[in-house]
Design a protein around this ligand. Structure first.
Ligand code: 9UX
Length: 72
């Protein structure tokens, strides 16, 4: 089962940040797609529910020094 979540990302100040967060998300096991917007500060991520939890995705962003929370 593929799930989609939207995440509020804090601390992105340039387009390289956006690319960096996209790369971080793409590297998380089970993530199928990730698109990040510097303008809105949001990340849309699809992931395999069997392999990843939203917590793992949040943690990967936080480990890179950004703030992250599930947007709902
Ligand atoms: Mo831009 Mo972001 O110079 O971590 S890459 S601020």
């Amino acid at each position: 089962i593929v799930h989609e979540i939207e995440i509020d990302v804090e601390g992105m100040t340039c387009s390289a940040c956006q690319n960096s967060v996209e790369g971080i998300l793409a590297a998380v096991k089970g993530v199928e797609s990730a698109s990040v917007s510097l303008i809105t500060g949001k990340a849309k991520v699809t992931y395999m529910l069997s392999e990843t939890k939203s917590r793992d995705i949040i943690k990967a962003i936080e480990d890179a020094g950004f703030g992250a929370s599930v947007s709902q």
